[in-house]
Design a protein around this ligand. Structure first.
Ligand code: ZN
Ligand code: ZN
Ligand code: ZN
Length: 376
């Protein structure tokens, strides 16, 4: 049994999903691996060959079809869904088909294994298939107070790791990027994350590669180091929610060019955060940072969108990118992470997670933005 708060949040989500299914004329939603299932039920399907699937008709009770040996992991709440454990000797696809019971307008998890979808296609007489995200994404992207609390807790934990980086408590000079990356990961766990999702460490010329894979390169004195890290943190009985933070430090007094570039970056990040207000289009948040960077002459050096939604997944809707006219509503949670990358030379990025609220942008990160010199 889950706590009253989590139970209420999940039943409100179920009701909203059913409303949206009716709007889209989806008769039955099938949820397997991915974030939709834990968002609705608190249970994350194991990404294995044995199929787990919540069969959720718009007009009837939901049933979780789950391998019998995994059923004990489910914190089952009968007020939300029924359970149908299946035995090794049963055909799970047959069990699912029986629950779908002739409904023909279906939606299925974006990340359902193709073999499971193909088996269902053969068994069901579906007239239309949609991606489950068409139903769930607009709902999941708007966080409720429990989810915002979980994101804030994850952000605060990541901030403590960032604080150790900025203060020089994490030595850099002479260590490999991979070694520093491993330490960032260990610290994320020590600060309460249940899982590390990534810990990018890009030093010297590698700081100009936004998704650099930390490797054997030893960090030298006098160069920028971009550290972008995050994990999942579980607050009470929520499922895991993600942190994602980037800070750039320099291992010695920065040169004039880096100082100038960093000042532009810091202003751009601040402008984009300030633009993150209810009613503003996602693309306008991107533009607020991008135009500032372009005016300073670095337009071609900012080669990615300014941010992504964040929640149970590290990257989810809404995306802060040119062309996305979605208007922010209270509860949209996303990263604001401009970067300036001078190819083959050096780069920098600053990233915070922000939630749009009625009283303006709420930052989930508060580690400071100054260019810290870490000469250790
Ligand atoms: Zn990224
Ligand atoms: Zn990041
Ligand atoms: Zn990010």
């Amino acid at each position: 049994m889950t706590s009253g708060g989590a139970m209420l949040a999940r039943s409100a989500r179920l009701a909203a999903v059913r409303d949206r299914m009716r709007e889209l004329s989806v008769e039955c939603l099938l949820l397997s691996v991915g974030a939709d299932l834990p968002w609705l039920t608190g249970y994350e399907a194991m990404p294995l060959e044995r199929v787990t699937m919540l069969v959720l008709p718009a007009d009837d009770e939901a049933t979780l079809v789950v391998p019998e040996l995994e059923a004990p992991r489910v914190a089952h709440d009968a007020r939300l869904f029924a359970m149908r454990p299946w035995k090794e000797s049963e055909d799970a696809i047959e069990v699912i088909a029986a629950l779908v019971a002739g409904r023909s307008r279906l939606a299925i998890s974006d990340r359902t294994w193709a073999v499971h979808l193909l088996a269902l296609e053969r068994r069901l007489r579906a007239t239309s298939w949609r991606a489950a995200s068409e139903v769930t994404s607009p709902l999941r992207s708007v966080k409720d107070p429990l989810e915002i609390a979980a994101l804030a807790a994850a952000g605060a934990a990541a901030d403590r790791v960032a604080g150790a980086l900025l203060s020089g408590e994490i030595p850099l000079i002479g260590r490999s990027e991979a070694d520093v990356s491993a330490e960032l990961g260990r610290r994320l766990v020590a600060e309460g994350h249940v899982k590390v999702n990534f810990a990018i460490v890009g030093s010297g010329p590698n700081s100009a590669s936004p998704h650099h894979e930390p490797g054997a390169r030893r960090i030298e004195a006098g160069e920028p180091v971009v550290c972008d890290f995050g994990g999942s943190l579980q607050l009470d009985d929520t499922v895991g929610y993600c942190s994602d933070i980037t800070r750039t430090v320099v291992t010695g007094e920065p040169g004039g060019e880096l100082k100038e570039l960093y000042a532009v970056l810091q202003e751009a990040q601040q402008l984009a955060v300030q633009a993150s207000r209810v009613g503003v289009a996602c693309e306008a948040v991107d533009a607020a940072g991008r135009e500032h960077i372009a005016r300073a002459g670095y337009g071609d050096a900012f080669i990615h969108r300014i941010g992504h939604g964040i929640g149970i997944e590290e990257h989810e809707e809404p995306y802060m990118v040119a062309g996305n006219e979605t208007r922010l509503v209270a509860g949209h949670a996303f990263s604001v992470e401009p970067g300036i990358y001078l190819k083959g030379r050096f780069g920098a990025r600053i990233e915070d997670v922000v939630v749009a609220t009625k009283s303006g942008p709420l930052r989930c990160n508060s580690a400071d933005h100054l260019l810290h010199v870490v000469a250790t």
